[in-house]
Write a protein that binds this ligand. Structure first.
Ligand code: NAG
Ligand code: NAG
Ligand code: NAG
Ligand code: NAG
Length: 399
């Protein structure tokens, strides 16, 4: 008796241990229910799935295939469908219990549509009302007369990270359904915008642009140095062989999409388009609050702006050319315009980084290595813990 009741607990523990290391995956969650296959398919097509997976404290309101058919029959463009579906993702956690206990019977919540900045005013809000008879009704802010959208059931609750619920119908918002033009994701034209023209010219004349363009579909992040930075780098660049020039340029591209949010919450090594094999042509992302810095061990560049951040393309402006240690080992940053006044204002940590940049052989690399070791220890610790539970479960099963 004892053992049989302990076994389910073991599996719960195991599941818990494996979910703490992995974030949620909405595609995977919905894949278990064929009745939501169309909704699931469109979350992938619109790239909303990735955005949902990156967020925490979120509620996804899924609709069944019949309700999705009604939406598709409207013949909206994919960008517009994305707006409509993003209205179905709440930026707050609503489990079944919380839905049935909304304060004073009514509340409103911001959605991912509101967060995109596409929604004018507060049109990206949805009202949640606990109506008589235990029903919970959802109403889009800009369509108060819609009353047919009610809570059906809970699909998954992972407090307080993600709640996936089924609602009866698509929320109809005139604003979300309004025709929208697709964002310009043409990297060639994006690179010619704002401050990226000088960098674009290098990519274009060297032919490196081809590698960037062929990466776009699978996701790409490009860091484009300012015109001033490119000009300051010109004498060094001229000295490089054609192959080295290409490597430096490819070093400014990362073959995955990284939103600003992801950059701000990640510290660690990033492989680049120039990376071939382990530990080559990579750099470290360091963030300090809202500031994102890229450290190559030769130079530390700061992200100064966003040209586009729309999956699968992210293009950011940086204040320095990224110098890979493979090509510039031992060189100092002295011939680049020294950011003396800015550097002087910086707090201690910033000053240390500048010192590191001037002496690439300094102990900065030790810091990075010890971070890596700590990370590995943490994950092997989790593995150990889950193996221990697994062993205990097996033991119990055989008693
Ligand atoms: C929610 O996410 C956090 C951070 O990723 C994690 O530590 C926590 O275990 C998650 N909760 C559940 C129930 O999965
Ligand atoms: C999420 O789950 C789907 C289906 O199980 C899988 O194909 C996909 O690779 C997963 N995504 C991530 C980021 O793990
Ligand atoms: C991207 O933009 C460039 C320059 O603006 C243009 O020549 C090219 O045809 C565009 N590519 C696509 C696929 O639209
Ligand atoms: C370019 O190379 C020449 C010859 O090796 C060297 O004298 C010069 O200092 C280099 N210029 C720069 C900016 O590195």
């Amino acid at each position: 008796m004892k053992t049989t009741s302990a076994i389910p607990l073991c599996f719960l523990l195991l599941i818990f241990l494996s979910t703490t290391t992995n974030a949620h995956n909405i595609t995977h969650i919905l894949a278990k229910n064929p009745e939501f296959s169309t909704f699931n398919h469109y979350l992938t097509l619109t790239h909303l799935a990735g955005e949902i997976n990156r967020r925490q404290t979120i509620t996804v309101c899924a609709v069944d295939n019949a309700a999705m058919s009604a939406l598709i029959a409207k013949g909206l463009s994919l960008v517009t469908i994305k707006n409509v579906l993003s209205l179905h993702v709440f930026a707050d956690y609503f489990g079944s219990k919380k839905l049935h206990e909304v304060t004073k019977g009514s509340t409103s919540t911001a959605t991912m549509y509101q967060a995109t900045g596409e929604a004018p005013g507060t049109t990206g809000y949805v009202h949640i009302t606990d109506v008589k008879g235990g029903k919970v009704r959802f109403t889009p802010e800009d369509n108060p007369t819609q009353t047919d959208v009610v809570y059906v059931k809970s699909i998954l609750e992972m407090p307080y990270n993600i709640s996936v619920i089924q609602i009866s119908e698509i929320l109809q918002s005139p604003e979300a359904e309004a025709p929208t033009s697709a964002p310009d994701l043409n990297l060639t034209s994006l690179l010619q915008r704002d401050g990226c023209k000088a960098f674009y010219n290098l990519l274009s004349t060297s032919g490196a642009i081809g590698t960037f363009l062929s990466t776009v579909d699978g996701g790409v992040t490009v860091f484009c140095p300012s015109a001033t930075a490119v000009a300051a780098f010109a004498p060094k660049y001229k000295n490089l062989t054609a192959e080295e020039k290409t490597s430096v340029l490819l070093y400014h591209g990362v073959p995955t999409y990284n939103s600003m949010g992801m950059l701000r919450s990640s510290n660690g090594l990033m492989n680049t388009l120039a990376t071939e094999g382990a530990n080559k042509y990579d750099f470290t992302v360091k963030n300090d609050g809202e500031d994102v810095k890229l450290k190559t061990k030769v130079v530390t560049a700061a992200v100064t702006g966003t040209v586009i951040d729309e999956e699968p393309v992210a293009l950011y402006k940086i204040d320095k050319v990224l110098l890979p240690r493979e090509l510039f080992k031992g060189t100092v940053e002295a011939d680049e315009p020294a950011p003396a006044p800015k550097g002087a204002k910086k707090k201690k940590k910033g000053a240390k980084e500048d010192d590191d940049a001037d002496s690439p052989a300094s102990d900065s690399s030790d810091d990075d290595d010890s971070d890596d070791v700590a990370d590995q220890k943490a994950s092997s610790g989790e593995r150990l813990a889950s193996s221990a539970v697994m062993a205990a479960c097996l033991l119990l099963a055989f008693i």
